[in-house]
Write a protein that binds this ligand. Structure first.
Ligand SMILES: Nc1ncnc2c1ncn2[C@@H]1O[C@H](COP(=O)(O)OP(=O)(O)OP(=O)(O)O)[C@@H](O)[C@H]1O
Ligand SMILES: [Mg+2]
Length: 343
């Protein structure tokens, strides 16, 4: 089954076509992040206007690339071979979401194809089902670490998710971004920049100078807001080496994420850990989870870095696995499809 998915929850406008939830045929991503760099953060109105500007070229390009890939004679033939549409319906910026949802509903009605609503966060988890997902076993623990969320979820099967805990304040990605801005090394989406700077630290101290918030609490919750303040105080205290401060900070975040995740893995006795969201592109986190899961005898699944941040490939995959057993003819475009309904 071939699904064309649209993702427009924040500042990426993305479209992809995926076969049977696992085989990526085409993926196109446009981003307005350069505009938000200027303002040091997303201005929702700017993001939604950029969505509107990008959505048609992104859709056009997707169909063109797909047509070339499957060797079809014209776009009608390409469209005819698509079985269903999927779209991110939340969570996200409402103005941005509306653009993708409206495009998807319109295409669904014009092409007379089913439209599957997908939750963006569930989508992040499904980045692990691209390629060969046969080794993923249920129940699985999922760690979602993105720009806006940090959650631990127990996945008992497709469509059967139970929330275990999550951040009580900032998300891990948001904390990376704010600390990078505080350090003056990036104005927007500084996680990857901070991580690169951390690698340049020549003399990492042995002492753990920053706190590991909520690590000793008997729950699956996180808190990153205080850590951010601790970095601020640390930087104010004396002249600091920025690279080594970045490393200290990154280690504190990675320690907390790893310990709490492994605690959930052990408690529920799962054999698979699935990680998703932009922060899962972080090299130190990947290494730390790899070592911890090897020690625990658990299989680790982390998407390739390109699929960690927002794209439509995983939206198509989530749509497939959550609907493959259903009669798709029942999932028609609903003019009343509530974009916040699944948040
Ligand atoms: N290598 C990295 N190290 C740490 N953080 C990273 C890295 N690469 C990306 N990030 C962070 O990932 C976040 C972006 O991820 P993502 O695109 O999943 O978030 P989002 O879609 O904005 O939020 P959400 O998915 O919660 O709606 C940013 O905070 C960014 O700094
Ligand atoms: Mg995201």
């Amino acid at each position: 089954m071939k699904i064309l998915a649209i993702e427009s929850s924040c500042d990426e406008t993305a479209c992809a076509i995926v076969e049977d939830g696992t085989k990526e045929l085409v993926s196109v991503v446009a981003s307005s992040k350069d505009f938000h760099e200027k303002t040091g953060g997303v201005v929702p109105e700017v993001a939604s206007r950029k969505q509107l500007e990008f959505i048609f070229p992104v859709l056009e390009r997707t169909i063109e690339d797909y047509c070339e890939k499957i060797g079809c004679s014209d776009k009608e033939e390409a469209v005819a071979s698509i079985d269903a549409l999927a779209v991110t319906v939340g969570p996200g910026l409402v103005g941005s979401l509306v653009v993708g949802v409206t495009a998807a509903k319109t295409l669904s009605m014009a092409w007379k194809k089913p439209l599957i609503p997908v939750n963006h966060l569930v989508g992040h988890i499904y980045a692990n089902f691209l390629g060969d997902p046969s080794e993923i076993t249920f129940p699985a623990v999922c760690l979602l670490v993105s720009g806006g969320h940090t959650d631990l979820v127990l996945m008992k099967g497709h469509g059967d998710l139970a929330y275990l805990g999550g951040t009580v304040d900032d998300a891990a990605g948001e904390c990376f971004d704010k600390v990078a801005r505080m350090m003056g090394i990036s104005r927007y989406l500084g996680g990857a920049v901070l991580s690169k700077r951390a690698l340049e630290c020549k003399n990492p101290g042995a002492a753990k100078l920053l706190p590991r918030p909520m690590l000793d609490q008997d729950n699956y919750d996180f808190s990153f807001s205080g850590l951010k303040t601790a970095v601020k105080r640390y930087l104010e205290g004396a002249p600091r080496d920025i690279s080594c401060t970045a490393r200290e900070f990154e280690e504190a975040v990675v320690d907390v994420l790893t310990v709490k995740t492994i605690k959930a893995v052990n408690h529920f006795g799962v054999k698979s850990l699935l990680v998703g969201g932009g922060v899962s592109a972080n090299t130190r986190l990947r290494e730390s989870l790899k070592n911890a899961t090897e020690a625990a005898g658990v299989k680790l699944f982390i998407p390739e870095p390109r699929l960690c941040t927002d794209n439509a490939v995983y939206i198509a995959s989530a749509a497939y696995f959550n609907n493959v057993t259903k009669d798709l003819s029942e999932i028609r475009a609903e003019p009343s499809l509530n974009i916040m309904g699944l948040t």
